[in-house]
Each structure stands twice: as C-alpha cells, then as structure tokens.
Design a protein around this ligand. Structure first.
Ligand SMILES: NC(=O)C1=CN([C@@H]2O[C@H](COP(=O)(O)OP(=O)(O)OC[C@H]3O[C@@H](n4cnc5c(N)ncnc54)[C@H](O)[C@@H]3O)[C@@H](O)[C@H]2O)C=CC1
Ligand SMILES: O=C(CO)COP(=O)(O)O
Length: 338
C-alpha cells in the first residue's frame, strides 16, 4: 500500500512513523508544505520541530512536492493538518481529482470568529461542501502523538459511511501496537473529538485551580453528558460516546498532561492570557478554536451545554475562572441524566 500523510506536525509525523515501522510492504510518505522543514527532517531523520527525539524508521519518505503531484499513485491519503487547513486541503485534493480513500485526523469544528456570523461545520460537512465526491472519513480516538511514536499500545476508530474507507484505514494502521475499530457513525466520532478538547480546557482549569479530584470527575461526567446531548441532536448514535472517540478520548485528553488543550486550561488558571497560553504551546490546541462553534451548533439545535458555554466566556475573557466555577455550582438542581 502507498500512503501519504499531509501535514508534518506532531500527530501526522507520529502516525507516519507508526505505519512505516510496523507494516512491511507499505510505502509511507510524510508531506509538508514547507520545503525547508522537509530538508531538515531528511537531514536529521526525525521531525525536531514537532516531534523531537523520535527517529524515523527506515523507508519513511518525506516530500514537499506540489500536492497534486505528491498524491499521484497513492492508495490512501491522510490529512493531518489542523482543522483550520482542512477546507483548503480537501479543495486541493478535489482539484487533483483524487479517487482513493481520504481520512482526516483533525479533531474540531470549523472556527467561527469572535463576533462573526455563519455556522461552523463538522469535518465531514466541510468535505460535503468542497469535495462531495471524495471517499472520505475520520481517524480518531485517544492517541497522544508521542506515545504512538514510541510504539505504545493505542486503539483508534476508523469512521466513515464508506466501507472502502474503513477498510483502507484498517489495512494501513491495524498493526503492531495500533488496533483499529470501525464505526459508521461519523457524526458521533467527530462530535466526540471536538467536544472532548473543550472539556479538556475546562479540566485543566479545574486542576489548575486545585478544585480537587471530586470536581474533576464531576466535570468530566457532566461534560460527557453535554457531548452526548449535542451529538444525538446532530444525528449521532448515543453509544458512540461510550466508545474510544467519546469517553476514551475525553478521559485521555482531560487528565493526561501531554494534552495541549488541558495545558491551555492549566495556564489560564495560572493567570496567563489566552494569547500567552496559546503562544507558549508551539502546537495547535483545537478546543480554543472549536469551542464557540460547538456552543453555537448546540444553541441551533436547542441543546444546553453549560460547561462548554462557560469555556467560551473564559476564552473570550468575559468571566474569571473563579466566577465560572461559582456559576456552574449555582445552577438549579435537576434530574440526573442526559
Ligand atoms: N498531537 C496529538 O497527539 C493529536 C492531534 N490530533 C489532531 O490532529 C490535528 C493536528 O495536530 P498536531 O499534528 O498535533 O498539530 P501540530 O501543531 O503539532 O502541527 C500542525 C501541523 O500542520 C501543519 N499545517 C498547518 N496548515 C497546513 C496546511 N495548509 N497544509 C499542510 N500542513 C499544514 C503545520 O505546519 C504543522 O506542521 C489537530 O486537529 C489535532 O487535534 C489528533 C490526535 C492526536
Ligand atoms: O487528541 C488528542 C489525543 O487523543 C490530543 O489532544 P491535545 O490536542 O489536547 O494534545
């Protein structure tokens, strides 16, 4: 199998390493838009900027060729850019008349700028707009890049309504320490991936303010309820949220210190501004950009998401972390459930 990973950040690089290391007979290409980055990676045999200390296995190729040329002859195309570049990348693939399976790794909803109008979309909705004939899907689940690059056991979900896409993802990545499950519920998988990042920011704040383990468990439980409510209202199956891309990724991202989203919350709790927190990461934290869209989509379908809405106010600097906690605690009593 020939496969190409578009976008050489932490996650694209880790997955390319995993596929190249464990699948004899696969030819894996890691593509970056920046020729200098490709030259640096080739010279070092690693991606020092985005995934330092992880040596490339033999056979992993790097490329900065024009995208339309780079994807020729590929059997599977993986988009590993941030959510903000998904639309333009899908457009480029549509223009290149790609007919092989494509899957994105980005977790988020398209951003709606502060004060802006319009509706932010889920990844598969973006694809339906700009590249409707692509055979496409998402690869998601609890997976810190550094652990995948180290070869630690990791379970992922191949989500698509197209069996050929699910099958191609399994063929490419179900190997060695990577185990894949297939799921047709792309809405559920994408809602889980987007909302867990928003909840991880909240969990970082909770821990940064030293609110305690009881508070964090409560936050994640109610966060899961918010995720499920939104997903079901958007057409997802409720059971998807009990799976890897829902509860699994929520647990990992909200409690694991490798998470960039969690780190944003921890840094805000220390008194950093959002700009300072984001600048200090050196990587994307998708929850910062998706939070507003998540809440806006929830309002559009009449779903209440008090934790996510509070995160948006915090990110906008309209409320202090302490006031946010007081407000959530002072909500009226209600029946437990979704
Ligand atoms: N890092 C992780 O452990 C995981 C990340 N993800 C998701 O994967 C996506 C990417 O995350 P990371 O790789 O960690 O981000 P990162 O911040 O490490 O790297 C992003 C990369 O995308 C590249 N990029 C940006 N725009 C591009 C474009 N138009 N064309 C090609 N490349 C472009 C940047 O140059 C950079 O190399 C995010 O949506 C993230 O939520 C999902 C699972 C795990
Ligand atoms: O999606 C991830 C793990 O599954 C990575 O989370 P962060 O983007 O918060 O680091």
């Amino acid at each position: 199998m020939n496969l190409i990973v578009i976008g050489a950040g932490a996650w694209g690089t880790a997955l390319a390493i995993g596929a190249a290391r464990h699948t004899a007979g696969h030819h894996v290409t890691l593509w970056a838009r920046n020729a200098q980055q490709v030259a640096d990676m080739q010279a070092a045999g690693s991606n020092a900027r985005y995934l330092p200390g992880m040596a490339f296995p033999q056979g992993l190729q790097c490329s900065a060729a024009p995208l339309a040329q780079a994807v020729q002859g590929m059997d599977l195309i993986i988009i590993a850019t941030p959510m903000s570049a998904l639309r333009s990348t899908l457009q480029a693939l549509a223009e290149a008349q790609v007919s092989v399976p494509v899957a994105w790794l980005c977790k988020g909803f398209e951003a709606v700028p502060a004060g802006g109008s319009g509706v932010g979309l889920m990844p598969h909705e973006v694809c339906a707009q700009v590249a409707p004939s692509l055979l496409a899907g998402a690869l998601s689940g609890p997976s810190f890049a550094q652990e995948v690059a180290k070869g630690r056991p990791t379970l992922l979900v191949a989500a698509s309504q197209h069996p050929t896409v699910r099958q191609a993802l399994l063929e490419a990545f179900h190997t060695g320490p990577l185990r894949l499950y297939a799921n047709e519920d792309i809405v559920g998988v994408e809602v889980g991936g987007a909302v867990k990042n928003v909840m991880a920011i909240a969990a970082g704040l909770c821990d940064g303010l030293d609110l305690g383990l009881n508070a964090r468990a409560a936050l994640l439980t109610r966060g899961l309820a918010e995720m499920t409510r939104l997903g079901v209202a958007l057409g997802a199956k409720p059971e998807t949220f009990m799976g890897l891309s829902g509860l699994g990724d929520l647990m990992l991202t909200a409690t694991g210190d490798l998470s960039r989203n969690r780190k944003v919350g921890l840094l805000l709790a220390q008194g950093m501004t959002l700009a300072q927190a984001v600048d200090s990461l050196g990587h994307v934290a998708e929850g910062v950009y998706s939070a507003r869209t998540v809440v806006q989509r929830a309002q559009a379908v009449g779903v209440e998401m008090p934790i996510a809405a509070t995160v948006v106010e915090l990110l906008d600097g309209r409320i202090t972390p302490q006031a946010a906690v007081q407000r959530l605690m002072a909500r009226d009593p209600k029946q437990e459930g979704l």
